[in-house]
Design a protein around this ligand. Structure first.
Ligand SMILES: *Cc1c(COP(=O)(O)O)cnc(C)c1O
Length: 388
């Protein structure tokens, strides 16, 4: 990014960096480049593009914008968030070891335990909201630390700067899944992380109509290593998804800020409800990560929250099935609000023992607060909890 662009504010960069008008027509929205291959002048004389798996102008636009928003020097766009995370794990070799947080995306847990272990890569989970637990889990062969903050589904807060210090003092890479926080609230590279990952399917796209994953780094050598894997394995983001995600990013800041405001109000409402035993939301003073979240998150505490209700497995299922605006579905981060039961949905791929011991109980309900009017959302939860 040029010096001038660096001085622009977030929402301006979200709209202009990577989105210059089309040179041929002046169109304010860049055309979609659907070509799979690009003409060469003479054999072996490469232009800026040669083959879409290796590079595509529409995909480049999304990568350039996100790199700017995360304060990185380069980004790579993948077909899904899981493809992006998998690419990071492919930096490792048999015999290496990963330490990941206990409160992480269910699909990441499955990737680490059921795919990486087949490649001979060891995995340990540690409660990363306590740095001393992380340090204790590090082995001589540990090459990667993988964290999420806020975590999923308990919204645990991990001190990214503290983890970065631990990682760098051991010569270990730190990867941060920044899907929940988005670069609007947290920019992990500025806190010392090496790699930022996004499921672009969530807030970046923001409309439940695109799939994608992103990696952002601030180190050319690391970028080259990841690009080599990206191009060799070929899990690239499609042109259509790249367009939709670029479009979504333009309104990211506005959406996230409004969703955070609503989420705080929903959390406050739930906290005083007699049928709700516990609300997990880092914006509540009662949350154990409140102080670190206040330092680390800029202008909001995210729009994801979860709660434990005074009910058994069956009545929990009834509650999640009886909201009308909160739709029963996995995924998150879009304009429409969603409700889920992690134990049977997003975290069903956990071994049950691990799930329970990590506090993901059957009575846990997770909410993704969207952009509907907050009073309608609270009324919807009120009627659903009324069935208990
Ligand atoms: C959804 C999600 C992923 C996986 O992304 P996909 O795009 O579904 O592959 C990873 N991490 C978090 C926190 C997620 O919410």
């Amino acid at each position: 990014m040029g010096k001038k662009e660096e001085q622009l504010k977030f929402s301006t960069r979200a709209i202009h960096v990577g989105n210059s008008p089309d040179e041929l027509t002046g169109a304010v929205v860049r055309p979609l480049h659907v070509a799979s291959t690009f003409v060469q002048k003479t054999p072996g004389e490469w232009g800026p593009y040669d083959y879409t798996r290796s590079g595509n102008p529409t995909r480049d636009a999304a990568e350039t914008t996100l790199a700017s928003l995360e304060g990185g020097s380069g980004a790579l766009a993948f077909a899904t968030g899981m493809a992006a995370t998998h690419c990071v794990t492919m930096l490792l070799s048999a015999g290496d070891h990963i330490v990941a947080g206990t409160d992480i995306y269910g699909g990441t847990y499955r990737l680490l335990h059921k795919i990486c272990d087949r490649a001979g890569i060891g995995v340990s989970l540690a409660n990363t909201s306590r740095p001393e637990t992380l340090t204790a889990a590090i082995r001589p062969e540990t090459k990667l630390i993988w964290i999420e903050s806020p975590g999923n589904p308990l919204m645990s807060i991990t001190d990214i700067a503290a983890c970065a210090q631990i990682a760098s003092s051991h010569g270990i890479l730190l990867g941060v899944d920044n899907t929940f926080a988005t670069p609007v609230l947290t920019q992990p590279l500025s806190l010392g992380a090496d790699i930022v990952m996004h499921s672009a399917t969530k807030y970046l796209g923001g409309h439940s109509d695109a799939n994608g994953g992103m990696l952002v780094v601030n180190n050319d050598d690391l970028y080259d290593k990841l690009y080599f894997i990206h191009n060799s394995v070929g899990n690239c983001m499609s042109v259509w998804d790249s367009f939709l995600i670029s479009r979504g990013i333009k309104t990211l800041e506005l959406r996230v800020q409004e969703q955070c405001r609503s989420a705080l109000r929903v959390a406050e409402y739930l906290q005083q409800h007699t049928k709700v035993k516990r609300v997990h939301y880092p914006g509540l003073v009662s949350h154990s990560g409140y102080d670190i979240a206040t330092q680390q998150m800029n202008g909001g505490y995210g729009a994801m929250l979860s709660m434990e209700i005074d009910a058994n497995f069956e009545s929990t299922r009834k509650v999640v099935a009886s909201t009308r605006l909160f739709q029963l579905a996995v995924s998150l981060g879009a304009v429409e609000s969603l409700i889920s039961q992690p134990a049977s949905m997003s975290h069903a791929s956990y071994d049950r023992e691990d799930r329970i011991s990590n506090g993901i109980h059957d009575e846990l309900i997770r909410l993704s607060v969207g952009l509907e009017h907050v009073e309608d959302l609270i009324a919807d939860l009120d009627q659903a909890l009324g069935c208990l």
